[in-house]
Every structure is written in structure tokens, then in C-alpha cells.
Design a protein around this ligand. Sequence first.
Ligand code: ZN
Length: 509
Amino acid sequence: MLETKELQNKISQLVAYAKDKLELRNEDEYFVLNSLLDLFGLQAAVEMVTTYGDFQTEIVDPLVQHAVDTKMVDEASRIAFETRMLGLVTPMPSAVVDKFHAIADKDGIDKATTWLYELGIANDYIRMPDIKKNIKWEHDGKLGRIDITINLSKPEKDPKQIALAKLQPKSGYPACMLCPTNVGYAGNLNHPARQTLRVVPISLTNEPWNIQFSPYQYYFQHIIAFSEEHRPMKVSNEAFARLMDFVTAFPHYFIGSNAALPIVGGSILTHDHYQGGAKVLPMFKVGSRKSYKSAEFDSVDISIVDWYNSVVRIEGKNREQVYKMACKVLSTWENWTDESVDVIAHTTEPHNAITPISRLENGKYTFDLILRNNRTDDEHPFGIFHPEVALHNIKKEGIGIIEVMGLFILPGRLKNELEMVKEYLMEKSIGAELEDSENPLFKHANMIKELVEKNGNHNSKAQADKIVTDYINIACERILECTGVFKNNEQGQTAFDKFMTQGLGLIQK
Ligand SMILES: [Zn+2]
């Protein structure tokens, strides 16, 4: 608990920080100061300061700790309280929008998005101290780099919190995590606090949309575009036109959409949205395997990307032709059946879908269209083109847009589990404990047996680290290959060529 004087001083430091980093104007200074005093139940301030200590460790953390110590909030609501407090020192949404446009007009759109991004870091909306906890490495795979992240930035909820969250009545407001009504929302046990969220309205195909940065930042300047209206995801010709509008307005970013079907789509299918950001994802670096021409759209280059899964790339300076070619791939793929490779477009429901990604560079539009299929059968209850069961200990969830481009986000539980796996490679012998389904290593039993059989159990710590990392690297390559509808073998590539030539009417170059 802080002494009153110390508490007042920390509040003054927060105001000084906001003047320096969060656009707090002199005219708003007392208003914000008094709001903070009110939040902490104080009647008066001490003298204002002009210098301040480290934002997180010397201002935010002690203030939040004080709130917990004095029972203003409970332990489970730390982040919610922090967000409420920092929302008070963040400019109003309208001021953010005005400043964004002023920067865009004066210095260019890339400077404006960088400003919005840095504002999100400065007010802890993007929680960098947590994001830095992630374990990251690169794997130089056989068809190009794969980036791997063990995600430790999302705090695991304890069972007590989960139980409390279940008791929380569901209000249905905001309708989802992406609705514009999230701006300023206080949150509850089931919904994150969003007082620090700021969005900027944009227009795509003359429709109202918005941009915001992802609070989780899976890659640099991870941005989200979302429709003003709460409506389901849809990958359609209109979506392609919107993606092209986006890269025309924000040429320094890529933008893409998850496929709109379960299993192959993302985690939020209920609100139409796209994900974009800096062009740092591994797939962008990869060239073509086979090139084609279209008689109909003769200015456009079409190719199969030399990647782990099945990607059609369309490039050209003529926007209209690139767009029309992309629409043709979508309508053709949605009805394409080739039983020789288990691709069936429709059963009682549609199964073929596309994960589209758009870029604009040097006046040239690019679409990478990743062909997906979500059909299941008795042998593959999780999906025929889903990671095989033997890989579920690494990743069981759907493989969405970020992963298909070669950036893996693996669950945080793996950090501790992999350390326990390594013990079997160093000295521990395999016993009946691996047959116990309550044991967190139960799901890794086959991996442990395979690795010990191959490498023995007398490895050094460094060797064990390498053995396990190599295993994860190869598993990620295999997961990507599992999602490919046309496998990277002769039969698969013959079927891919058939789709390109007979399906799309293209001529091989
Ligand atoms: Zn929504």
C-alpha cells in the first residue's frame, strides 16, 4: 500500500507521462488529474511534477498494486483496473481520429499508422511487457523460413476465475470482441476492458469500416480492419474488392482474411474482419513453383507459390484484371471437386474456402489465395486437411491466416511441458505415468517415446534443447503440409495443375 503522499506523487507522474507520451494537452491536465484522484478516492493533489520514472515498474504497477492492497479491486481484476486508469489518460476517440488524419495529410499514411501503433503501446493497450515474454525463434525449413512463437502473453486463467466467469450473466453487449461498441467498454470476467482501445474509421468499397491494432501483436504492427456492422465473415468478390481498397489506402501493409468456414477459419467468424500489418510474414519471401498466363486477363501473372500448402499467386498492375482473376479463382475453387486428392466441394454443406491475402508494391497488386477445404470423414474427424492427430500435442486448434503464412502461435502450456519432456532425454526413464490421462505429458507420450528411442536418455541439456526444438520445427512444417489441399508430391501437383489449366483455363508458361 502506498502512503498518501507517494500515491499523489505517482498520480502526478502519470499525468506528466501522459503530457509527454499520450498527447495530453495543457487544457485537459486538471481534468485528467482530478479524474485520477477520484478513481483513487483522494480529495487533493500534491504539486505537479514534470519528470517521471519508468512507466510500467515505477508508475503503473505500484498504482495497480495499491488498488489491490486497499481492496479497491480484487486480484483477478488487475488488468481491468489498469485499463480503466490508463483509459483516463488516453485522448478521447475523436482527438485520436483528428490527429491520425492530420499526420496522414502532412507526413503520409504510414506515419499515421505508426503513430496510432505507438499510442497503443504507450497506453498499454498493446501490452508490450507481456508480449516480450513470448518465446520466439526462426526455423529455416525446406521450403523457406517458418517463425515459431510460444505464446506466453495471454495470462492463463486460474480455475477460480474460470468458475466466476461462468457465473457472470451474459449481456450480449458488446455483441463480440470486434464490435465498435468495445471502445471504452469497462469489461467483465468474460470480456476484456477496452477503455484504452482507439479505432480509426475508414471506408472500404464505400462501406464504413474501422482499423485498430491487435492487442496481442503476433507480428510487427498487427492491424485489424473490421466492419462497422456486426455480421458474419464472408470471403466473396466484395471482400476481394475491400482488400484491394485497403492496400490502396495503406500500401505499406498487407491485408488478408481468414477463410469463412469452421476448422479452416479463424477464431472469430461472427464479425466481418481482416488482419494485416507489416509485410514480415514468411510466405511473402517465397517465389513461384510454376507460372501460368490467362488469355482472358493477359496482363496478369499467375503462379503456384513454392510453399508448404496450396497457394495461387496473382500479380499485376491492372487492378481490374487482378481483381477479376481473383474472383475467378474463388468461384472456380468453391465448386472444384477432385476425388483423386480427396477434395470434395460440397456434401450436405460447402467445404472449399479461400484464405486471401493482398499486397500492393510498386504499383503492382498481389493476391495470394490459399486454397482450403474443411471436410471431415470417419478417419479424420478433425478435418482431412487439418493437422494430423499425431501433431495435436503441438497444435490442435484450427490453422488460421497467420499460421498458413508461416508464423506459428503455439500455446503457452508448451513451455513447461517441453521442459518436462526434456527430462526424459537427459535421465528420466519412461514409466506408467505417461499412460495417465491426467498427466500433462500424456498427450506427448508418443513424442517422448519416439525421441528417446532415437536419441537415448543421456543427452546434455543443450542436446535435449536442440532435439526438442528440431521436433517442433519439423512438426510445424508437417502441420502446414497437412493444410495443403494439393500435396507436394506428384499426385498432388498433377491435381493442382489440373485445377489451374482445366479449372481456371490457364496456360502454363
Ligand atoms: Zn461484432
